[in-house]
Write a protein that binds this ligand. Structure first.
Ligand code: MF3
Ligand code: CO
Length: 258
């Protein structure tokens, strides 16, 4: 069952997501060579708690941190630790918060210093895929139009979308119905209605879509070792297309209009 949220609930979801966006804004300034990923986690956890919210990921199925930091060949769910960022890497940061019982969830991928052309294009294409998907989060469309446009965008660029992990409904739980595939699932799925709230999160690989989980039982990496990018926004379905609740003014992602 896909929940339809009232405008009052959407306001609280917007507040939860604003906390997530504030955290992204602070993190962005620290994506420089030499930053330790654990530092990022500590800063975000403090910011979320100071805002009167709780980190949504911490303790979720035993996840040990408040954010996920996934570098280069890491796709998602990288655990912050002693590792330091290096120039040339791309760094996905995923942040979730729960505020007054409602969830915010958003991710973006940063270049650390100058990065090569493939990585730059991978960031570009994944952001464009998310932007198109948000436009497709329009009342009256079928859910599958979201995954279809993401897959088409990635493939046209010669990239591939991860199939083992998907976006999701979000509201009073971090993961609610429906699953939001990043590919054409082969059937239209439910019709989207105003007030449905979705976390849309394409993961795009420079090589093939094959992934595996590392020995830490969390970190998802590409099997071919090639880089991967991940962009996510929490979005409410509107008649005009998706409205971004996790809006961040710096950096901005998910609104690419080519
Ligand atoms: N944005 C991710 C998701 O929606 C983050 C989950 S990390 C976890 O699934 F640790 F909480 F699982
Ligand atoms: Co998510």
């Amino acid at each position: 069952m896909i929940s339809i949220r009232t405008e009052r609930e959407i306001d609280i979801l917007r507040q939860a997501n604003a906390i997530v966006a504030q955290a992204h804004k602070q993190v962005a300034k620290l994506i420089v060579p030499g930053t330790c990923t654990r530092e990022l986690d500590e800063i975000v956890e403090a910011l979320i708690r100071d805002a009167g919210a709780t980190p949504a990921f911490k303790g979720y199925h035993g996840y040990p941190a408040s954010i996920c930091v996934s570098i280069d060949n890491e796709v998602v769910h990288g655990i912050p630790g002693k590792r330091m960022l290096r120039a040339g890497e791309i760094v996905s940061v995923d942040i979730g918060a729960c505020y007054k019982g409602y969830y915010g969830d958003a991710a973006t991928t940063h270049p650390c210093g100058p990065v090569d052309a493939v990585r730059l294009r991978l960031l570009d294409i994944t952001d464009i895929a998310l932007s198109r998907a948000i436009k497709a989060a329009k009342a009256g469309n079928y859910l599958n139009e979201i995954g279809t446009v993401i897959e088409r965008t990635a493939r046209q660029a010669g990239f591939d979308v991860v199939r083992n992990y998907v976006g999701h409904g979000i509201g009073v739980e971090m993961h609610e119905d429906p699953q939001v595939f990043n590919f054409d699932a082969g059937e239209a799925g439910p019709r989207l209605e105003e007030g449905m709230v979705l976390a849309i999160e394409p993961m795009v690989n420079a090589g093939t879509c094959d992934v595996r989980v590392k020995r830490d039982n969390w970190t998802v990496v590409t099997r071919d070792g090639k880089p991967s990018a991940h962009f996510e926004h929490t979005v409410v379905v509107r008649n005009e297309g998706g409205e971004i609740l996790s809006w961040c003014d710096d950096p901005v992602w998910g609104i690419r209009d080519e």
